[in-house]
Design a protein around this ligand. Structure first.
Ligand SMILES: Cc1cc2nc3c(=O)[nH]c(=O)nc-3n(C[C@H](O)[C@H](O)[C@H](O)COP(=O)(O)O)c2cc1C
Length: 195
């Protein structure tokens, strides 16, 4: 199963392009699930270290349902709006809160395949930096990061939304990068996907 995590608090550009990515993967025969931060109760990691001793998070909020999905996932897509040149705070909170699942199983993320999608209001608003934050998370956790290849996608899928859903829908280059990235992600799943 592929889990797409939407790091936008709105049902707008990021959720739309993530849905499109999942649709492309479904067409390749893959089972997908979208999980969004929108409307969810998500606490910050407080570095209490409860998880190191107890192998679970002390915070029993809506992240619990994501942990269950991630256990099943052989591939993960983080899709984030660009906020101040990087991932959204919601996306980062989700990343930090995975400390508890890794405390429970240090190989939790190992060899899962990861790809990223970043949507920015500006053409060069920090999408590549946001993708690097996502890939850094993947690398730290032993995952296999997947970009989209040169001539169009490079580090992953990037969208210039002009701050609207309509802008994202009109971004042909963005969809080209999405198509190339989902294609490579599916290839990596085929080649290296362990679960
Ligand atoms: C707090 C905040 C910070 C933002 N910072 C940036 C930025 O640094 N660069 C950029 O291109 N867009 C920035 N934006 C615009 C969003 O990235 C853009 O509108 C995005 O497509 C929103 O995704 P959504 O439609 O899924 O909410 C910012 C928006 C907000 C709310």
């Amino acid at each position: 199963m592929i889990v797409g995590i939407c790091g936008s608090p709105r049902k707008q550009a990021t959720e739309h392009v993530l849905e499109e990515a999942l649709r492309m993967l479904q067409e390749k025969g893959l089972e997908t699930k979208l999980w969004t931060v929108r409307g969810k109760w998500i606490e910050f990691c407080t570095h209490c270290d409860y998880c190191l001793k107890n192998k679970e998070c002390v915070l029993q909020d809506d992240l619990q349902e994501l942990y269950a999905l991630l256990t099943e996932a052989k591939g993960i897509i983080f899709a984030t709006p660009v906020y101040n040149g990087g991932v959204s705070a919601q996306t980062k909170a989700v990343m930090d809160r995975t400390r508890s699942v890794v405390a429970g199983d240090k190989n939790f993320f190992k060899n899962k395949i990861g790809m990223g999608i970043a949507t920015g209001g500006d053409r060069n608003g920090g999408q590549e930096f946001a993708l690097m934050q996502i890939h850094t998370f993947y690398i730290i956790n032993g995952m296999i990061p997947s970009g989209g290849g040169f001539f169009g996608a490079n580090l992953g899928a990037t969208f210039w939304t002009k701050d609207t859903l309509e802008g994202a829908k009109l971004d042909e280059e963005g969809f080209r990068s999405l198509k190339k990235t989902t294609k490579r992600f599916a290839e990596y799943l085929e080649l290296y996907g362990k679960k």
